[in-house]
Structure formats: structure tokens, C-alpha cells
Design a protein around this ligand. Sequence first.
Ligand SMILES: Cc1cc2nc3c(=O)[nH]c(=O)nc-3n(C[C@H](O)[C@H](O)[C@H](O)COP(=O)(O)O)c2cc1C
Length: 220
Amino acid sequence: MDLHEALYTTRAMRRVRPDPIPLDVQARILDAAIRAPSGGNTQDWRFLLVDDPGVKAKIGPLYRDSIDQLWKTIYAQRIADAQANPGDPESVQTMKVIRSAQHLADHFEDVPLYLFGFVRLDPSGGSIFPAIWSAQLAARAAGVGSALTSVLGVFHGPETLEILGVPADEHWIMACCVSFGFPTGRWDVAARRPVHEVSYRNQWGGDPGFEVPEPLWPNG
Ligand SMILES: Cc1cc2nc3c(=O)[nH]c(=O)nc-3n(C[C@H](O)[C@H](O)[C@H](O)COP(=O)(O)O)c2cc1C
């Protein structure tokens, strides 16, 4: 697959079929992931795949409670604003993400595969995410959708580590839980604020020197 197609169309695909992800595809996903950089090339990471219905059944209720708590706390104001101005394009976008995230929570146990990413002794906190994004791109190349989630670690980290048998004395931090499955919907170019609205040159607020009103792939 064309690299730019993968970069532009790898979206949060939370509506997926229950069909299992073949093991050779899982191997490709993880083998691509571990090629990613980490600080000092320490590779002090672990990738834990979960496809056991028994394990998913234990984590599902915690995931749903995490999402409930997210809506009532960090997202409360955003949801209230969106509900107050339902016609506003930003509100429409917010409610779309919320419905999609709620769908994943409601169907947590039906998703065929999860990848839990762990990292430790990582002062920047960023060493795991290049690998996770590479996993998501490799999945995209195989037609597998994914969604990076962090809410479980925010609200139910310790219980999840216990369920997954993570050694308590080794300082592992659960960075994320990524869902994988063959999507029911279409791959689209991700809608984002354009580059010139979020980029500067030389000084904060400095004109970057170009504008990109439309995505540069596939027509740029
Ligand atoms: C660090 C991080 C944490 C995220 N946490 C969650 C999460 O807990 N639950 C969820 O459903 N999506 C989560 N997402 C996915 C984002 O909501 C998603 O990438 C964003 O809405 C863009 O979606 P799109 O690519 O489909 O446009 C997370 C994404 C990132 C990068």
C-alpha cells in the first residue's frame, strides 16, 4: 500500500466485525511495531495481545465504567457545549466521536483483538507511541481497522494490570489499549484542522509560509 494512503486514511475505526485477525497478520502488525524508535533505543516496552473472551469479559465492564467517567468529568463541558449548539460543525464532530467511542465501549467484548502497550522508565512518556502508530499503520495495510484508547489506564489502570498479570514490582505503565478488527465502514481521509492553522515558523504565531486548504493526498 502507498505510504501516503496509509498516513491519510488510518482513522479511529471503532465499528468492526467480530471475525478474528489471522495470526500471520498479527505477527506483521507487531513486527512492524517493534521497528519503531524508542528513546536511546531502549525498547523498554511490552506488547500484550488479548483475544481471550474470558479476559475481554473481565476488562469490558472496567472499560465501560471508564468511558462513563470520562463523559462525566474531562468531557462534561465539551458535551454540554455540543448539546447547547447542536448545529455547530464542531458540536457535530464532538458528538460523532462520542457516539463512536461509546459504541466501542458498548461492544468491547465483540472486538476480536486488543493490543495493550506497556512502557517503563521513559521520562518523555513518548517512547511507546511511534510503535503503536506503526502497529496501526501495519494493520491498515492489511485492511484491519484500529482505535488507540487510553481511557482505561486513566480510570482503571491498576485493576487492568492485575487482570493481565502484569508484574507489580517492575514499574510497567499501561500506555494504551488499541482495538483491532476488520471495519464495517469505509476508509476516509481523516478530517483535521488544516496545517497552517496549527503550525508556526521561527516564533510562536509566526506565519509558516504556506497554506494547505485541502489535503495533499490523493489530489495534491
Ligand atoms: C493519546 C490518545 C488517546 C485516545 N484515547 C481514546 C479513548 O480512550 N477512547 C477512544 O474511543 N478513542 C481514543 N482515542 C482516539 C481519538 O478519539 C481519535 O484518534 C480521534 O477522535 C480522531 O479520530 P479519527 O482519526 O477517526 O478522525 C485516543 C487517541 C489518542 C491519540
